[in-house]
Design a protein around this ligand. Sequence first.
Ligand code: ASP
Length: 320
Amino acid sequence: MTFRARHLLGIEHLAPEEIRTVLDLSEKYVALNQRTEKHSDALKGLTQINMFFENSTRTQASFELAGKRLGADVMNMSVALSSVKKGETLIDTALTLNAMHPDLLVVRHPASGAVDLLAQKVNCAVLNAGDGRHEHPTQALLDALTIRRAKGRIQRLTVAICGDIAHSRVARSNLILLGKMENRVRLIGPPTLMPAGIGEFGCEVYEDMKAGLEGADVVMMLRLQKERMDGGFIPSEREYYHRYGLDAEKLALAKEDAIVMHPGPMNRGVEIDGELADDINRSVIQDQVEMGVAVRMACMDLLARNLRAERGAKAVGVMV
Ligand code: ASP
């Protein structure tokens, strides 16, 4: 098992064998989660604090469940009620929490880079639960696990990522992971929603959705992230759905057994047809949610092992 990381800040810092380690360990947690008794002692005695400066449903709930199933003491810090609202800076908040000796800190923040900054100020393992448009590593890992289970591999696949690429940390983490695992990535969307310099990531860019979907094994749809838009990026939602909304007709251009993914929350009738999203023969959206808990258990388990080893090594050093 190879996993050297001290924090999980982004897919960009992980080597392919570390990604494989997370996915393999996640499989064990998928099996555990399907049992009636779901408990393990992997995080027993450890304290996990979830700090969400931005709204979240799936991610926060699954990190909480993951920590509890592994036996950690889990605290959800409600940012709306905290001193952050009184003007305390991110770093002050982090230092205050650090003084309570957490072992795992799960952070979501609207600013890209905020989680990296915080990781430099605390002495516990930090997990990035989404920072601005930058990265959302556990989402990419759970997507990889979902793909690997559906397709039997996570290499040599053609993956079409479609929609609001410019504002999406999910797209960024996914395209880095899929590239590291030697897949072909196509990005589909209007030029206004395509970030500048995206070609550097080694992916193909399509404005025409139909051309981009042709022969794809995986079709990953993204939400239009209106909260990150400060102007008119699309003419209208109706027009957007017509050109970039996934429906059965457009999906027919992909491979016959292509799977449909979406990280949630979905805008039905804007980026995806509601019926297609619920079609269990094509859509793996609910599997993504299930994999999310297992992947977060695996990530926290691996980071806790490294943390314990590091602290153990230091303690021995002190004794000598
Ligand atoms: N839930 C994902 C995220 O936090 C995707 C989205 O919000 O559209 O980035």
